[in-house]
Design a protein around this ligand. Sequence first.
Ligand SMILES: *Cc1c(COP(=O)(O)O)cnc(C)c1O
Length: 373
Amino acid sequence: MTPTDTQEHTTYPLAFALTPSTTAREQAERERILADPGFGKHFTDHMVAIDWTIEDGWHDARVVPYGPLQIDPASSVLHYGQEIFEGLKAYRHEDGSIWTFRPEKNAERLQRSAHRLALPELSTEDFLESIRQVIAVDGSWVPSGGETSLYLRPFMIANEVFLGVRAANKVSYYVIASPAGAYFSQGVAPVKIWLSTEYSRAGRGGTGAAKCGGNYAASLLPQMEAYEHGCAQVLFLDGETGQHIDELGGMNVMFVYGSDRIVTPRLTGTILEGVTRDSILQLARDRGMTVEERDVTIDEWRDGVASGAITEVFACGTAAVVTPISQLKGADVEIGDAGAPAGAITLSLRQELTDIQYGRVPDRHGWLTRLDA
Ligand SMILES: *Cc1c(COP(=O)(O)O)cnc(C)c1O
């Protein structure tokens, strides 16, 4: 062993130790849960944990029984919200094999989020291995049939017992997994969206491009406003001019013009760079559609729908894949028809993306990574 081999943060990849659960659910209980898992309600029998300290880097990678964390009340994440997360899915293909979709994109985004939140970066290799480890021990929790999946939630928290305001010198990374049923069990249904004019989710130089819990905390009050107005989600405008479309609380937005053009707000630093967004734009390009990433104003949306130039609007993200938007409502706007059916291009892009994810059509871009072999 050379001296550097003893410094675990210089020795990649990390090796994971397994402590099997002694209370893992029996097959019958698991099958009962998988028959109707809902979303984010049930968790598998194990989780991954990796610790980081400024002295030792990433170390003590382990797979342990799923269960409560013991956190000191002075742990920094509880006070200053230094936290980031990811969301991706494991899909069971027809032949039983288990795959995930563009996970290196999530790994790279977690690194960018870590940078912005002054957290340590986890290598792409260790991120991917952490996902594989969960599937190795809990692969039987990946549901089969329909649009079901095992939702994977990697997250990283500042975990130092210290109330001073600075980046933590102790950090923990975890991966938990939650079986998910089909988002739209009754067919893909369009939703109404609430336009928040009072609140923004991000500002120039802020954390809008990072996937951090703080952004979500700030979106919950406007989200309640949306519910009060019968809407499923909130649309945020840019904080500076209040004219440009940013995104929804947790999904990117796309506009279809006619049958051959797709327009989405450009990444300005206040928008989260969605993997679904990027994939949809690629599929649209593959079809010969014109793809425009640029500023889109609320006036363009209103006028485009009024003139018929904008034919479809949808939101996209890993959880719901693609959600058609029928109507935008706000304090003094109402754009679109609440009863409008889902658009044909919206539905066909959604179908193509899920066909790739579930292995029903060739993976021509090499987007899939096998997790169980
Ligand atoms: C996660 C997220 C998205 C969607 O990203 P995907 O990689 O497509 O799941 C969009 N907006 C916000 C704010 C998000 O947190």
